[in-house]
Design a binder for this molecule. Structure first.
Ligand code: 5AD
Ligand code: SF4
Length: 476
């Protein structure tokens, strides 16, 4: 999730469920759609809305008037699932008053729990996994006919490539483009390979086409999304062989370049990079194009090599720090953010201290920090004991949050006096006399409104900051 805060707890991040809305011509059935979890889930909801609109549903912001309620869910940590269960109970209450109301679960929880959600928990009518959204309209008809419906088949091909997402809750300035689905990495803590299936890349032509379309529609920033964007590959085998001699091959660096060439005024961001796969070629491409933002989200998870090995991350502390050096060398002004897990199986105080020292060395602009939450079926659940006590996980989390707040503030202070090109996104939450936008480094910048319009670029000189926000004055 995009956020202006430099430290964010897991709980806060998962609290960012968002309502999704639209217009509502009379006659259409009404869909209320709520999304949880990662950016990919929010992007998927836009595909779902598109599929449902074509099949006679209009989205609504008001769950009370809905004929169909869909929750697009996250399984990454246990508390994410608990939050959805609570929400489902609320909606079941609503169903007591309106027995025609249909309730469905989409996304990772649907995939993980499958028919259990229907049979044991009896909370829903409809369970649809992330690769089965094209089937949603027919599954909804089954439910309308009085049956329960499930489709949790995962696919090796589905990328929803040609579906034009309905931009939901959009500011009209920034949009997501999904470039691949699934994950083949098998980090030992992570449920995603089980819920989102095998990795597959989307046709680059359809990606460029979507970027062009968004630019024409007035959007000025796209974020290319994938669980591991560095392993994007088109017409290239996993081993690196060309699959079809007659077709073009495209790796992630080349895809970035293609999207950057759509228009110099279209900014490009991407997420998420993987330290084991991030190449210098990607960094050189970023440095070459002014419209590719100088910001990398590079999750480290732990600063200790033995913990990283148990996590099956495929790199050491030294390798990670070498990637950070490459970023600094090739793009001296780049901002770097990360994800960190505290209290992974067997993590000792000394190993935790190595995470602390790595954070102090890198001085991240931003970090998402979590306590380890054991997930069923993962390698870690099968192989290791979740033996770090809750209080210790919590204490370590609080310690790293403090460090992050400090380095975030230090980084922001270093921006004072500098001038940045800012893409204006909208009116500031705190004051309607102020606008906010982001610089290339993804920092939120707030400044006086004047005659400036959203979707434009302005040069802003930073004069002050908090740990979350830069405050500036428009230059010229
Ligand atoms: N427990 C805690 N955090 C997790 N993440 C993934 N799986 C777990 C888990 N089981 C975190 C990782 C990942 C981010 C999206 O969520 O830090 O990068
Ligand atoms: Fe949550 Fe991961 Fe699924 Fe995204 S892919 S919704 S973060 S479990």
């Amino acid at each position: 999730m995009k956020s202006g805060s430099h430290t964010m707890l897991a709980e806060e991040r998962q609290g960012e469920a968002t309502l999704i809305a639209g217009s509502n011509p009379s006659g259409a059935r009404k869909l209320y759609l709520e999304s949880y979890g990662c950016q990919m889930n929010f992007s998927d909801s836009e595909i779902v809305a598109s599929i449902m609109q074509k099949n006679g549903f209009q989205t609504t912001r008001n769950s009370e008037e809905a004929d169909l309620i869909l929750l697009n869910t996250c399984s990454i940590r246990d508390n994410a699932e608990q939050r959805v269960r609570n929400r489902l109970m609320q909606f079941n209450h609503q169903k007591k008053k309106n027995s025609d109301l249909m309730i469905g679960v989409l996304g990772c929880m649907a995939e993980r729990l499958k028919a259990k959600l229907l049979d044991e928990e009896k909370l829903v009518d409809l369970v649809v996994g992330p690769d089965a959204y094209r089937e949603l309209p027919s599954l909804v008809e089954e439910v309308t006919d009085g049956r329960k419906a499930v489709n949790v088949l995962l696919s090796r091909e589905e990328t929803y490539a040609e579906i034009n997402p309905v931009r939901l809750d959009s500011n009209g300035v920034t949009a997501f483009i999904s470039i691949m689905r699934g994950c083949d990495n098998m980090c030992s803590f992570c449920v995603v390979p089980f819920t989102r299936g095998r990795e597959r890349s989307r046709d680059p032509e359809s990606i460029v086409h979507e970027a062009k379309y968004l630019f024409q529609e007035g959007y000025r920033e796209v974020t290319l999304l994938g669980q591991n964007v560095d392993s994007y590959r088109w017409n290239i085998s996993k081993k690196g062989d060309i699959l079809n001699e007659k077709k073009e091959t495209v790796n992630f660096a080349q895809l970035l370049e293609k999207v950057a060439l759509v228009h110099p005024d279209l900014r490009i961001r991407f997420s998420t990079s993987h330290p084991k796969d991030m190449t210098d070629e990607v960094l050189y491409t970023m440095a070459k194009y002014e419209n590719i933002c100088e910001y990398i989200h590079l999750p480290v998870q732990s600063g200790n090599t033995d913990v990283l090995k148990k996590m099956n991350r495929g790199y050491t502390r030294e390798w990670y720090l070498n990637r950070i050096q490459a970023i600094r060398r090739i793009m001296p002004n780049a901002a770097v953010s990360t994800d960190i897990i505290t209290g992974f199986c067997g993590e000792t105080d000394e190993q935790h201290d190595e995470t602390v020292s790595l954070m102090k060395e890198v001085e991240y602009e931003f970090a998402y920090m979590f306590k380890y939450s054991e997930r069923p079926k993962t390698l870690a659940e099968r192989k290791y004991e979740d033996d770090v006590p809750e209080e210790v996980k919590q204490k370590r989390l609080e310690e790293i949050i403090k460090i992050q707040t400090k380095s975030g503030l230090k980084r922001n202070k270093a921006s004072i006096g500098k001038t940045f090109k800012v893409l204006v996104e909208g009116v500031s939450k705190r004051s309607d006399q102020k606008l906010f936008g982001r610089n290339s480094q993804n920092a939120v910048v707030v400044f006086d409104r004047g005659n400036i319009q959203p979707k434009t670029y302005v040069d802003v000189k930073v004069v002050d900051c908090t740990s979350a926000t830069l405050h500036g004055e428009v230059v010229k």
